[in-house]
Design a protein around this ligand. Sequence first.
Ligand SMILES: [Mn+2]
Length: 470
Amino acid sequence: MSEQPETPGAATHDPDRPAALLEFMTTGWAVREDPLPEPESAAPYRAARRAALAQHFPGERLVVPTGTYQTRANDTEYRFRPATEFAHLAGSHEPDAVLVLDPDGSAVLYQAPVMDRSTPAFFTDRVYGELWVGPRPSLEATSARLGLEARPLEELDKLSGPARVVRGYDPRVEALFETDEEADAELTTFLSELRLVKDEHEIAQLQQAVDATISGFEDVVRQLDRAQETSERWMEGVFGLRARVEGNDVGYGSICAAGAHACTLHWTDNDGPVRDGDLVLLDMGVEGYELYTADVTRTLPVSGTYTPCQREVYSLVLDAQEAALAACRPGADFLDPHRAAMKVLAEGLERLGVLPDAHAALAEDAQLYRRYTLHGVSHMLGLDVHDCAHARQEVYRKGTLQPGYVLTVEPGLYFQPDDETVPAELRGIGVRIEDDVVITEDGCRNLSAALPRDPDAIEQWMARLRSSHA
Ligand SMILES: [Mn+2]
């Protein structure tokens, strides 16, 4: 018995396969009739993006790989998630695919072959074989669905010469072409900036992701009792169920932080107790089927009622968020909502007895309030939770807001449990309120407005959900 897998894609523990079996397995199957799928509604929007890309780099070959499976352990992989740049331009969810824009501007999608019953690989290859992973779309089906010419992946190997490649996803593709690091970075930057303004299809996708997220928050509130009996993990699990049923997955690791865990910005262990009388900070987002993600935070009283102290901190963060939302309009600096929120928070911190002098704390060369506010108020949102990350500073962080931008508005206050600069009764309280807004012609529209923010409205909403569940 050989110690190595006998066929590519097979595992060490797979039994040997005699030739007679391979022959037998590939014969005797009924012919399948697979009607071609309808074109996706996103297809014309993606075609427009590809046209904009070709126009920006005329006469050049542009290569956008989607990447491949990432190993979780030994021969098990994480679920495949297409590269963001590729998803934006092509829309296929097939691993290993590569979008190429030829110098004449025409687009071709190169896709791995299907391993169907015409080849023994259909039952020997556990990563791509149809028997193991189910049927994968043919070139014809992919072409019909995406409105894009599709060719076998092996034909990509015939290409060579100069090209710009989106790096970081597929080293094999990067090695195929003559590339230049700086030129490739320009391509990635352009694609990040191309995603700054969302088209109507993308905004509808983001709204769907937000709506599913709101349902997920409702699920968690209905099951808060179970979380109290177990741990924060119950909330993560309940939200994850909604994300998998109404979307592709969660858009990022859910933060389910009870009590002082809320003061840890990226608390994703989610293994702590959920106690009556504590707050629970929930930062969660469903990633939809087309991979656009929501990013929403609410800070809820486990008991269903805020204590006076919790309510005071909560209301201050809410006031800061209202100030930030009012600053979200076209032409405003990207940082204006942040500045508006920080002013409100710093002045509130003085009232709470945390900062002796808000004005002094706000000074550019001091910024002492940041010990308690910790992070910026906004980031772009889209296919990536921190979208457009490769955009140039002058069009993003130091740029101005434009109609069609989608961003988060998420001020917070965090009083670490052992912070001696904070009055004792405030220590261990962390509050963040986060909504997703689209910049309109004259202001902004809150995509997550249907999820209560006002503390009274939250208490009523929680009471309604928990009584209907009982
Ligand atoms: Mn966020």
